[in-house]
Ligand binder design. Structure first.
Ligand code: EPS
Length: 352
């Protein structure tokens, strides 16, 4: 979907590594690897993560597209190792076997990709679904988003992330501990604000160019996100039009009296902060048994449990923030040019 800042990722949860290829990073930009690693650490932290996060310590290696510290406009290849792979070499082997001696996992876990993924791709072992469906792959999305954030920062476009609630509570650590003891899991709601976004990113002229639509897709792509709101979002239905539309004023520069639209009108940024909130469903891997069907013989059974996070809403917010950065940068490059960073700066100074 992205036109200028395009990327693909590969990698399984317990495979050797995660890889990302970004195309569209302007030439002449100095990528700060430490900043990428800081963002990766933010994704790994947060209250409620499981034991896997004690195994991994995500750091990125830039494998191509940079020379003497500066981007060359060539595709940039990024790699993050999965430390846990050492323990999964046999189970995740890429080599063919005469006989598969690995025990198949055949009872889909409700809420996961297991059931629909098996039906779609016709696998015997649900591990072939869950390894790629796993949220592990979002580490690479964060690395790619972090490069986008660094470029946006050159233009003073920055973001803030806030956790709004977990199980309806603002102060949620205690809730998470209670739920951990119950063998259950939690989701939550978070808010992301993008500041200093220039007027006119996105467009109303076609459905797939609307900035709010593209942002919603980017945030919905984060595993377990089930709702995305812009500005007042779901609250709009409680108000009259005259109460919620943001009145425009001019006092040397344009500004709106309020920002209920969350910085987007007609699918375009309007110069106010872009305000996005989203809801994550509870983690689907839970100790408490959930009913399912064993697909090998269609018998009723209880869903399989592997170690898991209890609540990953803080990680989810970090991933969403980085995905939004990719979208905003993509639109920014559309408006201000994309070949080299000096040219983009000149265009920005003239137009913004
Ligand atoms: C995940 C299950 C857990 C999480 C994982 C996502 O991994 P494991 O099965 O190895 O315990 O820790 O998240 C990550 C590895 C990560 O880096 O965020 C799942 O099923 O989606």
């Amino acid at each position: 979907m992205l036109k200028n800042y395009r990327f693909l990722t590969s990698g399984e949860s317990h495979g050797k590594c995660l890889t990302g290829i970004i195309e569209g990073v302007p030439a002449g930009f100095n990528i700060n690897t430490e900043e990428i690693n800081n963002e990766l650490q933010k994704r790994q932290q947060g209250y409620g993560r499981g034991k896997r996060m004690q195994i991994e310590f995500d750091t990125v290696e830039i494998k191509s597209g940079v020379r003497f510290g500066k981007t060359t406009a060539a595709p940039i290849c990024l790699e993050i190792q999965n430390k846990d792979h050492e323990n999964w070499k046999e189970i995740l082997s890429i080599h063919s076997r005469d006989k598969n001696d690995q025990k198949s996992f055949t009872a889909p876990r409700p809420g996961h990709a297991d059931f629909a993924g098996k039906m779609k791709y016709n696998f015997e072992d649900l591990r072939d679904v869950l390894e790629r469906a796993s949220a592990r792959k979002t580490a690479m999305n964060v690395a790619i988003g972090s490069v986008a954030k660094q470029i946006l920062k050159e233009f003073k476009i920055t973001s803030e992330v806030e956790i709004l609630s977990v199980l309806g509570q603002k102060d949620y650590e205690h809730e998470i501990e209670k739920v951990r003891e119950m063998g259950d899991s939690l989701g939550g709601k978070f808010k992301i604000i993008y500041k200093n976004v220039p007027i006119g990113l996105g467009s109303y002229v076609q459905w797939d160019r609307k900035l709010d639509g593209i942002i919603a897709q980017a945030v919905m792509s984060v595993p377990a996100v089930k709702s995305v709101e812009i500005g007042l979002g779901c609250e709009y239905e409680k108000h009259l039009g005259s109460q919620v539309h943001d009145e425009l004023y001019f006092d040397g520069q344009y500004h709106h009296k309020t920002n209920n639209a969350g910085g987007i009108e007609g699918g375009m940024s309007n110069g106010e902060d872009i305000v996005i909130s989203a809801t994550m469903k509870p983690i689907p891997t839970i100790k408490k048994s959930l009913n399912t069907v064993d697909l090998k013989d269609n018998s009723q059974c209880e869903a399989h449990f592997e170690r898991s996070d209890i609540c990953a809403v803080e990680a989810c917010a970090v991933i969403a923030d980085n995905m939004i950065a990719c979208v905003i940068l993509d639109e920014f490059l559309d408006k201000f040019g994309k070949d080299n960073i000096d040219e983009i700066k000149k265009n920005y100074e003239q137009k913004a």
